[in-house]
Design a protein around this ligand. Sequence first.
Ligand code: F0G
Length: 463
Amino acid sequence: MFHSTTPEPGLQPSTHRFHCIACDGISDSAGQDFRCPQCGDLLEITYPQWLSAAPSPVDLISLWRGRRISNSAVDLSGVWRFRELLPKLPADDRAITLREGNTPLYALPWCARSTGIPDLLAKHQGMNPTGSFKDTGMTVAASFAREAGFRWVACASTGNTSASMAAYAARGGMRSLVLVPEGKISWSKLSQALDYGALTCQLRTDFDGCLRLLQDLVRHAPVYQLNSINPFRLEGQKTLALELLEQLEWQPPDHIVVPGGNLGNSSAIGKALLELRSLGLISRLPKLSIIQAEGANALVRTVRETRGKRLISVQAETHATAIRIGNPASWKKAVHVLEATEGACEQVSELEIAQAKAEIGAEGIGCEPASAVTLAGLRKLLAQGFVKKTETVVLVLTGNLLKDPDFTMGFHRGDLFKELPEQESLKFLRRPPVVLEPTLEAVIQALEKEEKLESAPFQDSKS
Ligand code: F0G
């Protein structure tokens, strides 16, 4: 099955070390399961040389800014542009890059008015090459997979990781193996993996079942694991915070709000913020808050019921399939960043997610359902007084609108919550397609009918 010349997998010693988040053990290399050999917990990447020779904040800021006019592949990448804070590749041209990162920070004027928070921004990671934030981590982890001599990379996924991994593996000349829950990921994500040439296996289980199987597989076959348990992924995903702060002239926002699934992304952003503060690039930490769907609320329950001491797994169910995860791998890392940044953890209902998604769509931006939990969660945090209207808030939109057309069509056609009574809050956000005779009269009538429609409160706030 595997190419006979596959070299012995192993990581080259580099500037980074692997640190166990539980027992503090440090090692130069990591096994294929990316777990601590002593206690079995997760590893994170650290940079011991920063203790003796920390890069100067002023130098870093001007170096990174200067690279924005460079045409070299690593400088055009919104990830590798910040390579001083990433594990070092043997040479810059070894990076597998699709010009990931470089994502826009949008103002959300209508949502700002409807929430009453004037300084409301969205960092849109759905504008990455494969349409999700996963690309920022994948460029780093896939590059290191190739350096380690692996022919096969693999992941369990709710769809976006698999799309991203398949793309980066293809670009790097590696084969990819995708394990996804059958019938539980969107067609657009699945079709990406197929087109990028992955061996795509739809397993009759959920995401958590796929991940368990992958962890077993990496112990039995020379495949390199590209889930967010892989700490190289999280190093790449850190760059969201770097790019965001650069876009804000290094003035930290008061809040960053992020969706929580397997909890790698929140952990990565939190790690970046803590590193930036310890390196002196920022002097104060934004509060990082994590929002989950009510039906996939393992972290919310873990924080509320055990104060973050013991994971409460759940049987996950939500239309936001990207975060349909009941047993999040990086829960301990996420609890740590919640505590360190004094962030909050909240859950939102399916209706709240759908409404928030439509509102972000009506801004002319759009996102996938999992990303919309951020706006829905923000409303709750505001109502609780945790977020103040005078504060600056950045929502992290993790995936592109086009990632889940079935959800969007179902919402606008009114099929999504058919079993529930008509919801006033959703009614005015729906824009179902109209089927007409191909006549001028019919189209003019449709225009007139639309004009007469009662305006939604949200629409009112636009005028
Ligand atoms: N938003 C989107 C669009 C996602 O695809 C995911 C995770 C998340 C949020 C949650 O991020 O897991 O780091 O907490 N998707 C993974 C996947 C699990 O396989 O694509 P997280």
